[in-house]
Design a protein around this ligand. Structure first.
Ligand code: GUN
Ligand code: FE
Length: 426
């Protein structure tokens, strides 16, 4: 669709100004200038009256959603084989499937389905894991570029503890492939940027981590990985890294755990006090993936603790640990699992509210991308137009109620428009 970066949208506008404040404006005006939000107004100021205006009637307008953690090659087996825990699930389902992406024909078919689905979804930003294969990772980046979504995509690094058919041959080879990949993609795209992706400590030797650390410093790219997801995994990390004080320290020893490297860690279900302190100190982003943590019987992350400490936190689907790409569903699951955690495990940690879940799925995760995830002035203009007219109600509802119902009850078919940085995706 044509670029049209200066315009006004009229409709029912809902967005988080911060974690405590969900602002709603009925029949308001949302002004986009040069791809950024200029403001939200009850009456359209004179100086914007000449801009093209689209009136979305009674629909809702919200910021685009942010998925801080998703595996593109696992999209092909989402919703399948959910009866294992993490380490068996990786060996039985994940590694055999990811190995197939060596074949570019297979990768093209599978990644096209992923890209098409993401385009139609409510997600406007995502941090994406690919596989160890450079050609397929570049293909995925090409396809994501075409969607118009703003994504970070990582070629996975792993050189131990996986089957021979899906393991890089040496730290050197992994480093070489990564540097060649970066050489090819660093400034190739408008919408896609690379992110360094050591799979997780059990799959990365110290020598590989050392080499990746050097790459991170040289190219100054962000980092994504997994942290404290599952008890067997954490136990294994202790065995593999006897000198590390806790799991996160095994990343930190190589400077791959937050400041100065912008880092997002998925899960953080069992993070210790020390680990949480370090994450807070170094601004590590947490990708909370409640559906995956349920499907893989991993546990329930202490999100209330992270929110109270004002840590950086957003939501992830973690497909195929999570069975779908919907961040609306992740919001619902974040609320639901927090209630179970509260009731069954620790009544001192209040459940997550829908307002907080909405914040995590927009502004909380958006901060990993910069000024993203809100309609505050100067934020990049990512927006969704939502039609809830097929969800009738016998009484009038407030905008906040309509938004909550939409999150619980809707699907992609109710999304009537989608924008990133002021460009219309559909
Ligand atoms: N830890 C290492 N690899 C993976 C993965 O692919 N999914 C999840 N959920 N955890 C992991
Ligand atoms: Fe994951």
């Amino acid at each position: 669709m044509a670029e049209r970066k200066n315009f006004v949208l009229k409709g029912n506008i809902c967005y988080s100004e911060d974690i405590h404040l969900l602002r709603t404006v009925e029949q308001g005006y949302l002004v986009c200038l040069e791809g950024k939000t200029e403001g939200v107004y009850k009456e359209l100021p004179e100086q914007f009256k000449a801009l093209p205006l689209t009136d979305w009637g009674d629909m809702l307008i919200i910021p685009g959603l942010v998925d801080l953690h998703i595996h593109a090659p696992q999209f092909s087996f989402r919703g399948l084989n959910m009866d294992l825990e993490l380490l068996d699930w990786l060996n039985t389902n994940t590694f055999p499937e990811e190995a197939k992406y060596k074949d570019l024909d297979y990768a093209k078919k599978a990644y096209q389905i992923f890209a098409d689905t993401m385009k139609k979804s409510a997600t406007t930003r995502a941090c994406i894991f690919a596989t160890i294969h450079r050609p397929a990772t570049e293909l995925l980046m090409d396809l994501m570029e075409e969607t118009g979504l703003k994504t970070m995509v990582g070629k996975v690094n792993m050189d131990r503890n996986s089957p021979d058919y899906y393991c890089e041959k040496s730290p050197k080879e992994s480093e070489r492939d990564t540097i060649e990949w970066l050489g090819s993609v660093m400034s190739k795209y408008d919408n896609v940027t690379p992110i360094l992706t050591p799979r997780f400590i059990p799959c990365c030797t110290d020598e590989l981590m050392e080499r990746l650390s050097r790459i991170q410093k040289k190219y100054r790219i962000p980092v994504q990985s997994h942290l404290s997801e599952n008890k067997s995994e954490i136990h294994w990390v202790k065995e593999l890294c006897p000198t590390s004080r806790f799991y996160g320290d095994a990343y930190d020893q190589f400077g791959l755990f937050g400041k100065p490297a912008k880092t997002v860690m998925a899960h953080c279900v069992y993070s210790t006090h020390e680990e949480i302190d370090l994450m807070e100190e170094q601004g590590v982003f947490i990708a909370h993936c409640p559906q995956s943590n349920t499907n893989l019987s991993s546990g329930i992350a202490p999100v209330r603790t992270y929110l109270e400490r004002k840590m950086n936190i957003g939501l992830g689907t973690d497909v195929a640990g999570g069975s779908g790409e919907s961040i609306f569903r992740a919001m619902v699951d974040a609320v639901s699992v927090s209630k179970l955690r509260w009731r069954l495990l620790d009544e001192s940690l209040r459940p997550v509210t829908m307002g907080e879940a909405f914040y995590m799925g927009t502004l909380g995760g958006g901060a990993f991308f910069g000024k993203v995830g809100s309609f505050l002035k100067g934020y990049e203009f990512d927006a969704l137009i939502l039609d809830d007219s097929s969800l009738p109600h016998p009484q009038p509802l407030s905008l906040k109620e309509r938004l909550e119902r939409f999150i619980y009850l809707s699907d992609d078919r109710h999304i009537k428009g989608k924008f990133t940085e002021g460009s219309r995706i559909f």
